[in-house]
Design a protein around this ligand. Structure first.
Ligand code: LLP
Length: 442
């Protein structure tokens, strides 16, 4: 299997100027150091402390506009996958761009509604939805619920009958395609927990059509995340198109298709998914079917818009390499620990940009051996007190943070043109135990 989530042992480590050149929203100012959208980051790190998450509104808008323009000929609508970054400010920004939402929990549904995303533009995905979640989806009258099993169909039918509300549903097929991504984020192979085998869908479609409260509107699929090749999409869309034809031939009405997300970005020196190739795959297999199409990207829209600022606590001299111990950890950014994911790291001070590089292990202070943010990473000789930016952390970054080791959640700052707004303060320590109850002594 091809693993496209970069492993740390990147054969061709990029020099810092190359990394910088690959990030259009970043620039190294000779005096003020690293800037995001023309705004120096060092004063932000000083004012708000570190670790701290920074998001660029301009980058998100630009990526939304680029994707919307690429998709325009296919007629596909964008339903942002809320899980990638569910901050209300980010959702509101995307709502203003015109995005719908793909949600997977009551919490995400509520966030999307609070951000002003109309229910008619919300779809509910996920392999297991509770009664409360399905009830909310029906009472809010969202666009559709993606059904992932025969069991879930029965569960929804019972709830819709009890509420006497119509349920628009799409069946999520499992196309049995290997998306060539990290196995932890691959979802479209038989044996993955997601979706329904293609062969089982016609009978379920019939069953749903015969139910008074269920309205089967179409199909959904999502084959994985951080997919950088169009080939798995082409294969999955072709299989989906065959299924649409077969369902229609059997007399069913199939009007919508949710193509899922997964659009891969460049974390290191890999090529990101080509938008023209992706949209060509949609145009080739799906557009001729005259369906109402939607896509559910998360990472593509917000990943490159974010960075995590951190400070070097100390440099520990060790063999075979020194450790650079940051104040950011796996509790902030879990991706390296969970998937061996690569995130570029840039120093904030200008004099470090052209300094000689030597390999360092960049780690956090958490008491876990897997709290490694970068292994053998070529970096200048950073010392205690220096600031760094960990790049491309806008998706699956802050949203996957935990408070393990009693570490409070880091603050979040949104840069939008001349504004830099604190959109979430650092979590006060006392909030960590605010809801804990200590029973009286027996
Ligand atoms: N739709 C469905 C049904 C999904 O399960 C997902 C992601 C998406 C859309 C959005 O996928 P995206 O466009 O962001 O690739 N935490 C992992 C990624 C997990 C993705 C889970 N599902 C990571 O940090 O790489």
């Amino acid at each position: 299997m091809v693993i496209s989530v970069k492993k740390e042992q990147s054969p061709q480590p990029m020099i810092l100027t190359d990394l910088l050149a690959r990030h259009q929203n970043l620039r190294m100012h000779a005096h003020d150091g690293l800037m995001l959208d023309g705004r120096p980051l060092t004063p932000i790190a000083r004012d708000h402390g570190t670790p701290a998450w920074i998001m660029s509104a301009t980058t998100i808008r630009g990526r939304y506009a680029a994707l919307a323009a690429a998709l325009a000929p296919t007629g596909a609508h964008i339903h942002y996958a809320v899980k990638a970054n569910d901050h209300l400010a980010i959702l509101t920004l995307l709502a203003r761009c015109g995005a719908g939402a793909d949600v997977v929990s009551l919490g995400e549904l509520t966030r999307a509604l609070r951000a002003g995303i109309p229910p008619a533009r919300i779809v509910f995905s996920g392999v297991g939805k509770s009664t409360d979640e399905l009830t909310a989806a029906l009472t809010e009258n969202i666009a559709q619920i993606n059904i992932e099993s025969a069991e879930e169909l029965d569960q929804l039918a019972a709830i819709a009958t009890r509420l006497n509300r119509p349920a628009r549903i799409a069946f999520r097929l499992n196309p049995d395609i290997d998306a060539g991504t990290h196995h932890h984020i691959s979802t479209g192979r038989l044996g993955d927990k997601f979706g329904i085998p293609i062969a089982d869908i016609p009978a379920l479609y019939t069953r749903a059509s015969e139910h008074p409260c269920l309205i089967p509107v179409g199909l959904a699929l999502h084959i994985g995340s951080q997919i950088t090749s169009p080939a798995p999409y082409r294969a999955a869309f072709a299989r989906t198109a065959s299924l649409v034809r077969a369902l229609r031939a059997a007399g069913h009405t199939v009007t919508t298709l949710d193509c899922g997300g997964g659009l891969g970005i460049a974390y290191a020196d890999e090529a990101p998914l080509s938008l023209p190739a992706y949209t060509a795959a949609i145009a080739q297999s799906l557009v001729p079917l005259d369906l109402s199409l939607m896509v559910e990207p998360g990472r593509y829209l917000v990943g490159p818009a974010g960075l995590l600022l951190a400070r070097v606590i100390l440099r520990k001299n060790a063999r075979p390499r020194p450790f650079l111990v940051l104040d950011a950890a796996m509790t902030d950014l879990a991706r390296p620990a969970l998937y061996g994911a690569f995130h570029a790291i840039l120093p904030l001070a200008p004099h470090h940009l052209h300094a000689p590089l030597a390999p360092l292990d960049v780690v956090g202070p958490v008491c876990e051996s897997t709290d490694v943010l970068a292994r053998a990473r070529p970096l200048p000789s950073l010392e205690a007190g220096d600031f760094v930016a960990i790049l491309d952390t806008g998706a699956y970054g802050a949203v996957m943070s935990s408070t393990y080791n009693a570490r409070p959640l880091a603050p979040q700052i949104l840069i939008d043109g001349a504004r830099a707004d604190l959109i979430r303060p650092r979590q006060p320590l006392a909030e960590l135990w605010q809801h804990e109850i200590v029973p009286p002594a027996p």
